[in-house]
Each structure stands twice: as structure tokens, then as C-alpha cells.
Unconditional design. Structure first.
Length: 326
């Protein structure tokens, strides 16, 4: 005959330790159930929202649409694109069409109403590398390198921004991203450099490397589909002239960029092989030139007349001495 539940509970209650353990287990179970229910409500389990495409619409309109879809808008960044009006949404994350939970924040990039103005640093008297770094930190770049004869190669002699000379006490400002013209010294006999390998690099990195070696950035072309918003993801896949070639200081290097990863990988492998072959060729030529100079120096040294008793100088010395003792 089955015992009633009340008698079982009564017997369990007689054992205080067992009873307390059952109470603790019941409390933990209840808390787990309540927490699960609250989490379901708080995260709106099963509820989904499709993120609208905010690109190309004003910020105020994007905020209104976001509220309608139970989403939040957060301005993550801003760019200045003259082709668009100020306040227009340029980019967003997550992208339009993606399903998210209600209350999700959508991070957007908007178009600034005007480009930010930044102070132009004074870089004259510094090395080209230091000057480039200072300009990049300020949000500027090099527009052109102009070389002039000087005792120190790759040291900045003068600096101009928008046609105005930059002095140590000047307080010039320029739009962020503007270029600065640098007049740089070059010592006689040091007017050439080696073109760097920039295939596979983003545009900003490629520019910096080219400037560091005393070259100018020439024509920049982009494959179809690249715009101001995705330009930062593009990589160089063609450079002219190629890496490791000798070039005059101030020469220009043309670049072409793409978003195609396969094209970048293929061209980078090819460019690295060509650069290695050209570098090896140059080393052989330099060694041959050094050997030739050494051989010429040795031949000139051997061709010099020996200064001995039979030389004209020795005869003149003897004649002079004989006259002295007469």
C-alpha cells in the first residue's frame, strides 16, 4: 500500500539536514526558473527586426525610422564628402537587411557639414621621415617633394601650405587631409633612391613608404566599385615603376588599387619575385663597378714610377749635392 505524500514529508521533516537540503534545492530551482523567464522577456526571445537601409538619408529621418523599428542610432564617425549634403548617412553597421533583436544599436557614419581644420606643424629643419610623421599625426600629408642642392640630403629646407610659407611662429590652419609642399635638400652625388615595394598595402601606408624614400606619389587609379567609403579597404596591386628599381629623388610612383583579394595576392607574389630579381641584378652591377674601380686604382698605383737612384728626381738630387760640396 502506497504511503501518502503528507506522511513522506512528515518523515523527511524529522530529518532536519535532509529537509534543509530539499528547501535549498527548491529555492535554487525556483530562482533558475524566474531568471530564465526574466531573460526571455528582457531579450525578447524570438523577436527579430530587419535593419533598414539608412544610407543616403538625413540623420533626423534615420532616427525617426530607427524608432519605428525599435532600434537605436549612434553616430560612430563622420567624413567630409563634398558630393553629399551635410548630415547625410554615408555608412552603417549592421548593414541594411540584416535581422537583429529589438533595441539593437546601429552605428552610422554621417557626412560632415564642413571639413575639420587642423594646425599646420612647422617641420623645416627636420629629416624627411620626421616631417612626414609630424604631418600625418596632424591629419595632413605631403603634396609634393621638391629637391634643392644642399649639404644635407633629405632634410626639409622650406615648407609651404596652400602656397603660403610655414614659419616657426605662424599659426596656419588647413583642412584635414590637405597636402603640404616640402623643399628638401640633396647633396651632390646622392640624387637617387630605390623604389619601395608597396603592392598589397593600403593607400595611406603606400604613400608613407614612398615619401620616406624621397619619392612623390603620382597618379592614383581605383578599380570599379571603390568609393570614398570603402577606399580604406582597397590595396595597391600595380605600381609604376616597380620595386627595387633606381629612381631620381622626387620622381613619381603611380598606383592602382583594388578590392579583389585574389588579384592582390597574385600581383603581390609576382611583384615580390620581380623585385628580388632586380635587387640581385643591382647587387651584381654594384659589385662589378666596385671591382672595376679597385682594378683601376691598382693599375694606377702600379703605373707610378718608382722613386729610386735611377729616377730623374734622384739625379737632380745628386747633382744638387755635388754642387753644394764643390
Amino acid at each position: 500500500m502506497q504511503k501518502p505524500a503528507s506522511s513522506i514529508l512528515a518523515r523527511i521533516r524529522e530529518h532536519k539536514l535532509l529537509w534543509n537540503l530539499l528547501i535549498i534545492a527548491g529555492i535554487i530551482l525556483a530562482m533558475a526558473v524566474v531568471a530564465h523567464l526574466l531573460m526571455q522577456v528582457g531579450t525578447r526571445h524570438g523577436a527579430r527586426r530587419t535593419v533598414p537601409d539608412f544610407s543616403g538619408i538625413p540623420l533626423s529621418e534615420a532616427q525617426r525610422i530607427a524608432r519605428k523599428h525599435d532600434l537605436k542610432i549612434h553616430i560612430n564617425d563622420s567624413l567630409f564628402v563634398p558630393a553629399y549634403e551635410g548630415g547625410i548617412v554615408l555608412d552603417q553597421l549592421p548593414e541594411g537587411g540584416v535581422e537583429v533583436k529589438p533595441g539593437r544599436t546601429v552605428y552610422i557614419t554621417i557626412n560632415s557639414f564642413r571639413q575639420k581644420m587642423v594646425p599646420v606643424p612647422y617641420v623645416a629643419g627636420r629629416s624627411l621621415r620626421q616631417a612626414k610623421n609630424m604631418l600625418e599625426i596632424a591629419g595632413l600629408e605631403i603634396d609634393e617633394l621638391v629637391y634643392r642642392p644642399d649639404i644635407a640630403t633629405n632634410y626639409v629646407l622650406e615648407e609651404y601650405c596652400n602656397g603660403k610659407p610655414v614659419q616657426q611662429n605662424s599659426r596656419l590652419e588647413a583642412e584635414m587631409g590637405s597636402g603640404v609642399t616640402l623643399y628638401v635638400g640633396v647633396e651632390e652625388g646622392y640624387a637617387s633612391t630605390i623604389v619601395p615595394q608597396v603592392v598589397g598595402q593600403p593607400l595611406a601606408q603606400a604613400k608613407g613608404r614612398i615619401w620616406e624614400l624621397g619619392l612623390n606619389v603620382g597618379r592614383i587609379d581605383f578599380d570599379e566599385g571603390i568609393n570614398l567609403l570603402n577606399q580604406k579597404d582597397a590595396r595597391v596591386y600595380i605600381q609604376t615603376p616597380g620595386a627595387e628599381r633606381s629612381a631620381a629623388l622626387g620622381s613619381r610612383v603611380d598606383l592602382r588599387l583594388t578590392l579583389d583579394d585574389e588579384k592582390i595576392a597574385e600581383r603581390r607574389t609576382e611583384a615580390e619575385k620581380q623585385a628580388a630579381a632586380i635587387a640581385a641584378e643591382r647587387r651584381v652591377e654594384e659589385q662589378q663597378e666596385a671591382d672595376s674601380l679597385a682594378r683601376i686604382s691598382l693599375e694606377e698605383a702600379l703605373a707610378e714610377p718608382a722613386r729610386g737612384p735611377e729616377s730623374p728626381e734622384a739625379h737632380r738630387t745628386n747633382d744638387d749635392n755635388e754642387g753644394f760640396f764643390d
